[in-house]
Design a protein around this ligand. Structure first.
Ligand code: AMP
Ligand code: ZN
Length: 113
């Protein structure tokens, strides 16, 4: 069976999608840790940062660029935000389809968290 984020991409699981193009989907996290918590994922299934290939560099750049645009759309570009890739067991990655967390809308804990 396809992974949960692939099923979201295929519209088999409903989510609050805030951006979509031919390579990327962004949607609201189901368990937000802050007022704004959006996940940006590639449509291509890549397990984690650890599985990236050099041919994925443009795709990852696009994901970060889209986080920047969404931060503007959600009005947090001036107040600031965190961008986070959890990777692997020690990194706390639960869903094994690479995703970029965009978190903001309130004062966040100081690094390190
Ligand atoms: P991570 O710990 O980096 O793997 O984060 C996975 C994130 O996916 C968590 O913040 C979850 O709340 C989120 N999540 C899991 N299932 C869904 C879903 N169906 N729709 C939206 N977000 C989800
Ligand atoms: Zn997947």
């Amino acid at each position: 069976m396809a992974c949960i984020f692939c099923r979201i991409i295929n519209k088999e699981i409903p989510t609050d999608i805030v951006y979509e193009d031919k390579e990327i989907v962004a949607f609201k996290d189901i368990h937000p840790v802050a007022k704004v918590h959006i996940l940006i994922i590639p449509k291509k299934h890549i397990e984690s940062v650890a599985k990236l290939k050099s041919s994925d560099i443009m795709l990852i750049g696009k994901m970060i660029w889209q986080a920047k645009i969404l931060a503007e759309k959600f009005g947090i570009n001036k107040t600031g935000y965190k961008l986070l890739f959890n990777c692997g067991k020690d990194g706390g990655q639960v869903i094994k389809h690479i995703h970029l967390h965009l978190i903001g809308g309130q004062k966040l804990k100081n690094w390190p968290i």
